[in-house]
Write a protein that binds this ligand. Structure first.
Ligand SMILES: Cc1cc2nc3c(=O)[nH]c(=O)nc-3n(C[C@H](O)[C@H](O)[C@H](O)COP(=O)(O)OP(=O)(O)OC[C@H]3O[C@@H](n4cnc5c(N)ncnc54)[C@H](O)[C@@H]3O)c2cc1C
Length: 398
């Protein structure tokens, strides 16, 4: 029997390890487009940039019992036939499978901006992070396009390393989409106090320079000098290899409640690429680009695979997870629990907004998440509390 895992990141690694842990002893082939064995991405916008970690520190070890997994690295899955049950690699090799895990993650979204491209970069891979790190020298002029988590993390690190930093974004405040207007405005205040300049409600219309970028022109005509244009404007799920199978690939791979793709037994999706409904939050099908979700979805999906392949008589549990996320922005630790993006109102429930605080996120009066600004030691308590609140709401709804 063969299980193919498409993708060579965290969710691929955890899927392979979980299969072994569940007693699957046959062939596992992992096909990963990057040359490197799976590595940890969060430090790419944090420790790796400020010198708290090296590339070697980022490698995940493979757990005991998983050393017989076949790794085909530096090779991509170009196509899959979910009915005939095979994948075709970029060099034409075909591999048949009994089970398939779609774990291909996302790629940085890039905008079509006229002008020179040398000096424009996204931040998703180790190679990109090393290029960004090399550019963060005192006095360098860094323009971050996009004011999401990665953009704000790099902006603060670049500032701490002595760079001049401008952040350009269409949003009204940084982190507007994931955290909303209240937390976003407070983060803007703190980042500005650290010397970061925001240009909100605008985008980069053009880059200028000879061969390399020397500056950017914003949509309102403002000109900013720039040695590096970091583009962190969201992501695009890697699903092209699944085209032609009838699966719903709009914004990721839609799964059913057991993470099956298109309801097909033995074919599952995990990690950033998977779009699934989360009943714990009564949430519609969404992708959740969190480190922990890559691990949690692998656990659910491998139980589904074991059942579908006739290797376990246990009925797999429908996916239901407590998303959580952290972000380090300068000396500031943000932690979120739940699905804040579902909320329509927020309330500070502990502490002060301009100090350390906990903010409750509610939808129709029901808590859907907490954001902690600082308060590192209280994370476990809020996570537990949210779990209890959501479980009680679900029980009441049944
Ligand atoms: C800079 C950065 C900072 C982050 N910081 C945080 C954080 O602070 N907290 C947090 O919770 N999360 C953070 N994340 C998100 C977290 O890293 C991801 O949620 C996690 O890596 C998802 O794992 P994955 O395996 O689904 O996808 P990925 O890690 O993206 O792995 C997918 C792999 O599949 C490969 N692939 C793509 N297409 C193909 C194909 N056709 N064939 C073969 N292989 C293919 C890709 O090259 C890649 O190696 C961060 C991400 C980035 C990029």
């Amino acid at each position: 029997m063969t299980i193919v895992i498409a993708g060579g990141g965290l969710s691929a690694l955890r899927s392979a390890e979980d299969l072994r842990r569940r007693g699957y002893a046959d062939r596992i082939v992992v096909i990963g487009a990057e040359q490197e064995p799976p590595y940890n991405r969060p430090p790419l916008s944090k420790e790796l940039l400020w010198g708290g970690a090296t590339a070697a520190d980022l490698a995940f070890g493979v757990s005991e019992g998983s050393d017989d997994i076949e790794w085909l690295l530096g090779r991509s899955v170009a196509a899959a036939d979910l009915t005939a049950r095979n994948v075709v690699l970029d060099d034409g090799e075909m591999i048949g499978f009994d089970g398939l895990v779609a774990a291909t993650g996302v790629t940085s979204r890039r905008l079509d901006i006229p002008g020179p491209t040398r000096g424009r970069i996204g931040l998703r891979t180790l190679a990109e992070a090393e290029s960004v790190r090399a550019a963060l020298v005192p006095g360098a002029r860094i323009v971050c396009l996009g004011a999401g988590f990665i953009g704000c993390e790099v902006a603060r690190t670049a500032r701490a390393l002595g760079c001049e930093v401008d952040v350009v974004a269409l949003d009204p405040v940084p982190l507007a989409i994931p955290l909303g207007p209240v937390a976003g405005a407070e983060l803007r205040r703190r980042h500005e106090a650290a010397g970061i300049r925001f240009h909100l409600g605008r985008t980069v219309a053009e880059t200028v320079g000879d061969e390399c970028i020397e500056g950017v022109v914003l949509s309102d005509g403002t000109r900013l000098p720039a040695d590096l244009l970091l583009e962190t404007v969201g992501s695009v799920p890697n699903t092209s290899w699944l085209h032609g199978n009838g699966a719903d690939l709009q914004n990721g791979v839609l799964t059913d409640e057991w993470l099956r793709v298109d309801g097909r037994p033995g074919i599952v999706a995990v990690g950033d690429v998977a779009r699934f409904a989360n009943p714990l939050f009564d949430a519609p099908a969404l992708r959740i680009e969190h480190w922990q979700t890559a691990i949690d979805t692998a656990a659910f999906a491998t139980a589904t695979l074991m059942h579908d392949l006739g290797l376990s008589t246990d009925a797999p549990a429908p996916v239901s997870i407590m998303p959580w996320f952290w972000s380090d922005q300068g000396d500031l630790r943000l932690t979120s629990y739940g699905m804040l993006g579902l909320a329509d109102e927020t309330e500070i429930v502990e502490g002060e907004l301009d100090g350390e605080c906990a903010i409750a996120y509610r939808r129709d009066g029901e808590v859907v998440g907490y954001l902690l600004i600082g308060m590192k030691q209280k994370g476990a308590r809020y996570k537990r509390q949210l779990g209890k609140e959501r479980a009680a709401l679900r029980a009441a709804a049944v």
